[in-house]
Design a protein around this ligand. Structure first.
Ligand code: ADP
Ligand code: MG
Length: 320
Protein backbone atom coordinates (compact mmCIF):
# COMPACT_ATOMS: atom_id res chain seq x y z
CA UNK A 1 0.00 0.00 0.00
CA UNK A 2 1.49 3.39 -0.92
CA UNK A 3 2.27 5.71 1.96
CA UNK A 4 -0.31 8.34 2.76
CA UNK A 5 0.18 11.68 1.03
CA UNK A 6 0.31 14.99 2.86
CA UNK A 7 -3.35 15.86 2.36
CA UNK A 8 -4.69 12.38 3.17
CA UNK A 9 -2.59 12.47 6.30
CA UNK A 10 -4.08 15.81 7.38
CA UNK A 11 -7.57 14.61 6.50
CA UNK A 12 -7.22 11.29 8.30
CA UNK A 13 -5.49 12.39 11.49
CA UNK A 14 -6.03 16.10 12.00
CA UNK A 15 -9.35 17.09 10.47
CA UNK A 16 -12.52 17.14 12.53
CA UNK A 17 -15.69 19.16 12.05
CA UNK A 18 -15.27 22.74 13.27
CA UNK A 19 -17.02 23.31 16.57
CA UNK A 20 -16.57 26.72 18.02
CA UNK A 21 -14.37 27.98 15.18
CA UNK A 22 -16.07 29.67 12.24
CA UNK A 23 -13.76 27.79 9.88
CA UNK A 24 -11.34 25.01 10.78
CA UNK A 25 -8.86 22.85 8.88
CA UNK A 26 -8.99 22.88 5.08
CA UNK A 27 -8.84 26.42 3.80
CA UNK A 28 -6.03 28.94 3.50
CA UNK A 29 -6.79 30.40 6.89
CA UNK A 30 -8.89 29.32 9.85
CA UNK A 31 -11.38 31.81 11.24
CA UNK A 32 -12.07 32.26 14.93
CA UNK A 33 -14.18 34.84 16.69
CA UNK A 34 -13.17 35.67 20.25
CA UNK A 35 -16.00 36.63 22.57
CA UNK A 36 -16.79 40.30 21.76
CA UNK A 37 -14.66 42.67 23.82
CA UNK A 38 -12.12 40.04 24.82
CA UNK A 39 -8.39 40.28 24.14
CA UNK A 40 -6.63 37.45 22.26
CA UNK A 41 -3.71 35.75 24.04
CA UNK A 42 -1.33 33.95 21.64
CA UNK A 43 1.69 31.74 22.31
CA UNK A 44 3.87 29.22 20.41
CA UNK A 45 6.08 26.43 21.68
CA UNK A 46 8.16 24.06 19.61
CA UNK A 47 9.21 20.53 20.56
CA UNK A 48 12.17 18.88 18.85
CA UNK A 49 13.11 15.24 19.25
CA UNK A 50 16.25 14.78 21.33
CA UNK A 51 16.03 18.28 22.72
CA UNK A 52 12.53 18.56 24.20
CA UNK A 53 11.56 14.92 24.27
CA UNK A 54 13.18 11.51 24.08
CA UNK A 55 12.48 9.05 21.30
CA UNK A 56 11.21 6.65 23.99
CA UNK A 57 8.07 8.72 24.66
CA UNK A 58 4.78 7.07 23.71
CA UNK A 59 3.10 8.92 20.80
CA UNK A 60 -0.09 9.73 22.76
CA UNK A 61 1.96 11.28 25.55
CA UNK A 62 3.87 13.34 23.01
CA UNK A 63 0.58 14.58 21.55
CA UNK A 64 -0.57 15.52 25.04
CA UNK A 65 2.65 17.29 25.91
CA UNK A 66 2.85 19.30 22.69
CA UNK A 67 -0.46 20.94 23.54
CA UNK A 68 -0.01 20.98 27.34
CA UNK A 69 3.16 23.08 27.26
CA UNK A 70 1.34 25.65 25.14
CA UNK A 71 -1.78 25.63 27.33
CA UNK A 72 0.57 26.26 30.25
CA UNK A 73 1.49 29.62 28.73
CA UNK A 74 -2.20 30.54 28.47
CA UNK A 75 -2.63 29.45 32.09
CA UNK A 76 0.24 31.70 33.18
CA UNK A 77 -1.59 34.61 31.53
CA UNK A 78 -4.96 33.76 33.03
CA UNK A 79 -6.34 33.20 29.52
CA UNK A 80 -9.08 30.76 28.53
CA UNK A 81 -8.06 28.40 25.67
CA UNK A 82 -9.94 28.74 22.39
CA UNK A 83 -8.02 27.11 19.56
CA UNK A 84 -4.61 25.99 18.32
CA UNK A 85 -2.64 25.30 15.17
CA UNK A 86 -0.21 22.43 14.70
CA UNK A 87 2.90 22.58 12.52
CA UNK A 88 4.48 19.16 12.12
CA UNK A 89 7.69 17.95 10.54
CA UNK A 90 7.69 14.15 10.19
CA UNK A 91 10.61 12.00 9.02
CA UNK A 92 8.11 9.59 7.42
CA UNK A 93 4.42 8.73 7.53
CA UNK A 94 4.10 6.34 10.47
CA UNK A 95 0.39 5.70 10.84
CA UNK A 96 0.66 4.06 14.27
CA UNK A 97 2.64 7.04 15.53
CA UNK A 98 0.17 9.52 14.02
CA UNK A 99 -2.87 7.72 15.44
CA UNK A 100 -1.37 7.70 18.93
CA UNK A 101 -0.15 11.27 18.67
CA UNK A 102 -3.57 12.49 17.50
CA UNK A 103 -5.36 10.55 20.27
CA UNK A 104 -3.27 12.17 23.01
CA UNK A 105 -3.51 15.57 21.39
CA UNK A 106 -7.30 15.52 20.92
CA UNK A 107 -7.97 14.06 24.38
CA UNK A 108 -6.37 17.13 25.93
CA UNK A 109 -7.85 19.46 23.31
CA UNK A 110 -11.35 18.18 24.09
CA UNK A 111 -10.95 18.29 27.86
CA UNK A 112 -9.77 21.91 27.71
CA UNK A 113 -12.14 23.15 24.99
CA UNK A 114 -9.23 24.04 22.72
CA UNK A 115 -9.93 23.29 19.07
CA UNK A 116 -7.39 22.34 16.36
CA UNK A 117 -8.08 24.80 13.54
CA UNK A 118 -5.12 24.42 11.17
CA UNK A 119 -1.43 23.91 10.79
CA UNK A 120 1.26 22.82 8.41
CA UNK A 121 2.72 19.41 7.60
CA UNK A 122 6.10 18.75 6.07
CA UNK A 123 8.82 16.13 5.94
CA UNK A 124 11.83 16.62 8.22
CA UNK A 125 13.35 15.71 11.58
CA UNK A 126 10.46 15.14 14.04
CA UNK A 127 9.43 18.64 15.14
CA UNK A 128 6.14 19.78 16.60
CA UNK A 129 5.14 23.42 16.84
CA UNK A 130 1.84 24.39 18.40
CA UNK A 131 0.40 27.90 18.51
CA UNK A 132 -2.43 28.45 20.98
CA UNK A 133 -5.04 31.17 20.96
CA UNK A 134 -6.86 32.09 24.14
CA UNK A 135 -8.91 34.98 25.41
CA UNK A 136 -8.79 37.18 28.45
CA UNK A 137 -10.78 40.27 29.45
CA UNK A 138 -9.06 43.56 28.58
CA UNK A 139 -6.21 44.36 31.02
CA UNK A 140 -6.98 41.24 33.07
CA UNK A 141 -4.06 39.12 31.79
CA UNK A 142 -1.61 37.96 34.44
CA UNK A 143 1.80 39.38 33.53
CA UNK A 144 5.35 38.90 34.71
CA UNK A 145 5.62 42.55 35.58
CA UNK A 146 3.31 43.29 38.51
CA UNK A 147 5.07 41.85 41.58
CA UNK A 148 5.37 44.31 44.50
CA UNK A 149 7.65 44.18 47.56
CA UNK A 150 5.69 42.61 50.39
CA UNK A 151 3.70 40.30 48.09
CA UNK A 152 3.63 36.61 48.95
CA UNK A 153 5.20 34.22 46.46
CA UNK A 154 3.52 30.92 45.60
CA UNK A 155 3.98 27.87 43.44
CA UNK A 156 1.34 25.33 42.39
CA UNK A 157 1.69 21.55 42.60
CA UNK A 158 5.16 20.10 43.08
CA UNK A 159 8.48 20.81 41.40
CA UNK A 160 11.34 18.66 40.23
CA UNK A 161 9.81 15.33 39.16
CA UNK A 162 10.39 15.87 35.45
CA UNK A 163 14.05 16.59 36.11
CA UNK A 164 14.33 13.51 38.31
CA UNK A 165 12.87 11.42 35.48
CA UNK A 166 15.36 12.93 33.04
CA UNK A 167 18.24 12.05 35.38
CA UNK A 168 16.89 8.50 35.64
CA UNK A 169 16.82 8.26 31.85
CA UNK A 170 20.38 9.59 31.76
CA UNK A 171 21.39 6.94 34.29
CA UNK A 172 22.68 9.41 36.88
CA UNK A 173 20.09 8.28 39.45
CA UNK A 174 18.57 4.85 40.01
CA UNK A 175 14.84 4.62 40.80
CA UNK A 176 12.65 1.65 41.58
CA UNK A 177 10.06 0.83 38.95
CA UNK A 178 7.07 2.44 40.65
CA UNK A 179 8.94 5.67 41.39
CA UNK A 180 10.29 5.83 37.87
CA UNK A 181 6.80 5.36 36.41
CA UNK A 182 5.50 8.22 38.53
CA UNK A 183 8.16 10.78 37.68
CA UNK A 184 8.15 9.69 34.06
CA UNK A 185 4.45 10.47 33.96
CA UNK A 186 5.17 13.93 35.36
CA UNK A 187 7.76 14.52 32.64
CA UNK A 188 5.69 13.15 29.74
CA UNK A 189 2.15 14.26 30.62
CA UNK A 190 2.33 17.61 32.41
CA UNK A 191 -0.87 19.31 33.53
CA UNK A 192 -1.43 22.90 32.40
CA UNK A 193 -2.88 24.88 35.32
CA UNK A 194 -5.57 26.54 33.25
CA UNK A 195 -8.27 26.72 35.94
CA UNK A 196 -5.81 28.08 38.47
CA UNK A 197 -4.72 30.80 36.04
CA UNK A 198 -8.34 31.80 35.51
CA UNK A 199 -9.01 31.80 39.27
CA UNK A 200 -5.99 34.04 39.89
CA UNK A 201 -7.24 36.86 37.66
CA UNK A 202 -7.62 39.99 39.74
CA UNK A 203 -5.72 38.32 42.57
CA UNK A 204 -2.17 37.51 41.45
CA UNK A 205 0.04 40.54 40.84
CA UNK A 206 2.38 38.53 38.56
CA UNK A 207 2.64 34.99 37.21
CA UNK A 208 4.78 32.75 35.02
CA UNK A 209 4.78 29.04 34.26
CA UNK A 210 7.89 27.08 35.24
CA UNK A 211 9.24 25.59 32.04
CA UNK A 212 12.98 26.22 32.41
CA UNK A 213 13.38 25.85 36.19
CA UNK A 214 12.12 27.87 39.14
CA UNK A 215 15.20 30.05 39.66
CA UNK A 216 15.32 31.16 36.05
CA UNK A 217 11.60 31.63 35.57
CA UNK A 218 11.12 33.47 38.85
CA UNK A 219 14.06 35.58 37.69
CA UNK A 220 11.92 36.70 34.74
CA UNK A 221 9.20 37.91 37.12
CA UNK A 222 11.79 39.79 39.18
CA UNK A 223 13.43 41.39 36.15
CA UNK A 224 10.08 42.46 34.67
CA UNK A 225 8.77 43.68 38.02
CA UNK A 226 11.95 45.46 39.10
CA UNK A 227 11.92 43.57 42.39
CA UNK A 228 13.83 41.00 44.41
CA UNK A 229 12.57 37.97 46.30
CA UNK A 230 13.39 35.63 49.13
CA UNK A 231 12.58 31.93 48.65
CA UNK A 232 12.72 29.22 51.30
CA UNK A 233 14.37 26.32 49.47
CA UNK A 234 13.05 23.84 52.03
CA UNK A 235 9.48 25.07 51.49
CA UNK A 236 9.52 24.22 47.78
CA UNK A 237 6.92 21.48 47.33
CA UNK A 238 8.15 18.12 46.04
CA UNK A 239 6.67 14.68 45.53
CA UNK A 240 7.28 11.84 47.97
CA UNK A 241 9.44 10.21 45.28
CA UNK A 242 11.71 13.23 45.05
CA UNK A 243 11.63 13.80 48.83
CA UNK A 244 13.20 10.35 49.26
CA UNK A 245 16.32 11.34 47.28
CA UNK A 246 19.49 12.98 48.68
CA UNK A 247 18.92 16.61 49.70
CA UNK A 248 21.38 18.03 47.16
CA UNK A 249 19.57 16.27 44.32
CA UNK A 250 16.18 17.41 45.63
CA UNK A 251 17.35 21.00 45.68
CA UNK A 252 18.83 20.79 42.20
CA UNK A 253 15.58 19.34 40.85
CA UNK A 254 13.19 21.83 42.52
CA UNK A 255 15.34 24.89 41.84
CA UNK A 256 16.53 24.22 38.32
CA UNK A 257 14.61 21.20 37.11
CA UNK A 258 12.50 22.58 34.32
CA UNK A 259 9.58 21.01 32.46
CA UNK A 260 7.43 21.46 35.59
CA UNK A 261 4.62 23.54 34.05
CA UNK A 262 3.52 24.74 37.47
CA UNK A 263 2.56 28.37 38.04
CA UNK A 264 4.75 30.68 40.12
CA UNK A 265 2.86 33.80 41.14
CA UNK A 266 2.81 36.69 43.56
CA UNK A 267 -0.19 38.07 45.42
CA UNK A 268 -0.64 40.71 48.13
CA UNK A 269 -0.15 39.30 51.63
CA UNK A 270 -3.56 40.78 52.50
CA UNK A 271 -5.17 38.41 49.96
CA UNK A 272 -3.80 35.21 51.47
CA UNK A 273 -7.25 33.83 52.27
CA UNK A 274 -8.51 34.67 48.78
CA UNK A 275 -5.56 32.84 47.19
CA UNK A 276 -6.22 29.79 49.36
CA UNK A 277 -9.91 29.88 48.39
CA UNK A 278 -9.12 30.28 44.68
CA UNK A 279 -6.73 27.32 44.76
CA UNK A 280 -9.14 25.16 46.75
CA UNK A 281 -11.92 26.10 44.33
CA UNK A 282 -10.03 24.55 41.43
CA UNK A 283 -8.57 21.67 43.44
CA UNK A 284 -4.93 22.65 42.97
CA UNK A 285 -2.46 22.77 45.85
CA UNK A 286 -0.52 26.02 46.11
CA UNK A 287 2.38 26.54 48.49
CA UNK A 288 3.71 29.84 49.85
CA UNK A 289 7.44 29.69 49.11
CA UNK A 290 8.63 33.19 49.98
CA UNK A 291 8.02 36.85 49.37
CA UNK A 292 8.79 39.68 46.98
CA UNK A 293 11.33 42.17 48.34
CA UNK A 294 12.81 45.50 47.38
CA UNK A 295 15.98 45.30 45.29
CA UNK A 296 16.72 42.99 42.39
CA UNK A 297 18.24 39.88 43.98
CA UNK A 298 16.77 36.42 44.42
CA UNK A 299 17.81 35.31 47.92
CA UNK A 300 17.59 31.62 48.66
CA UNK A 301 17.35 30.65 52.32
CA UNK A 302 16.94 27.30 54.04
CA UNK A 303 14.42 26.44 56.73
CA UNK A 304 16.54 28.04 59.46
CA UNK A 305 16.61 31.28 57.50
CA UNK A 306 20.30 30.91 56.69
CA UNK A 307 21.43 31.99 53.24
CA UNK A 308 21.78 29.18 50.78
CA UNK A 309 24.09 29.34 47.81
CA UNK A 310 23.03 27.58 44.65
CA UNK A 311 24.58 27.51 41.24
CA UNK A 312 21.17 26.52 39.91
CA UNK A 313 20.47 28.36 36.72
CA UNK A 314 17.75 28.14 34.21
CA UNK A 315 17.93 26.07 31.10
CA UNK A 316 19.17 27.95 28.07
CA UNK A 317 19.23 26.22 24.68
CA UNK A 318 22.35 28.08 23.63
CA UNK A 319 24.27 27.67 26.89
CA UNK A 320 23.34 24.13 27.87
P1 ADP B 1 -1.42 26.22 2.60
O1 ADP B 1 -0.43 25.65 1.65
O2 ADP B 1 -2.47 27.06 1.98
O3 ADP B 1 -0.76 26.84 3.80
P2 ADP B 1 -1.65 23.52 3.40
O4 ADP B 1 -1.74 22.81 2.14
O5 ADP B 1 -0.35 23.60 4.12
O6 ADP B 1 -2.24 24.98 3.18
O7 ADP B 1 -2.70 22.91 4.43
C1 ADP B 1 -4.02 22.61 4.03
C2 ADP B 1 -4.94 22.77 5.20
O8 ADP B 1 -4.61 21.82 6.19
C3 ADP B 1 -4.87 24.14 5.86
O9 ADP B 1 -6.16 24.47 6.32
C4 ADP B 1 -3.96 23.90 7.04
O10 ADP B 1 -4.24 24.80 8.10
C5 ADP B 1 -4.31 22.47 7.41
N1 ADP B 1 -3.21 21.72 8.04
C6 ADP B 1 -2.01 21.41 7.54
N2 ADP B 1 -1.29 20.66 8.38
C7 ADP B 1 -2.06 20.50 9.49
C8 ADP B 1 -1.88 19.84 10.74
N3 ADP B 1 -0.74 19.18 11.06
N4 ADP B 1 -2.89 19.90 11.63
C9 ADP B 1 -4.03 20.55 11.33
N5 ADP B 1 -4.26 21.18 10.20
C10 ADP B 1 -3.30 21.16 9.27
MG1 MG C 1 0.85 25.26 4.40
Amino acid sequence: MPALGEFELIERFFTRPARRATLGVGDDCALIEPTPGMTLAVSSDMLIEGRHFLSTVAPDRLGHKALAVNLSDLAACGARPLAFTLALALPAVDEAFLAGFAAGLFALADSTGCELIGGDTTRGPLTICVTVFGEVPPRAALLRSGAQPGDDLYVSGTLGDARLALEAFRGTVALDEVSFREVRRAMETPTARIDLGLALRGLATSAIDVSDGLVGDLGHILARSGAGAVVDVDALPRSTVLAARPLALQRECVLAGGDDYELVFSAPAARRAAVAAAAAGVGVAVTRIGAIEAGTALRLVDRSGAGFVSDARSFDHFRA
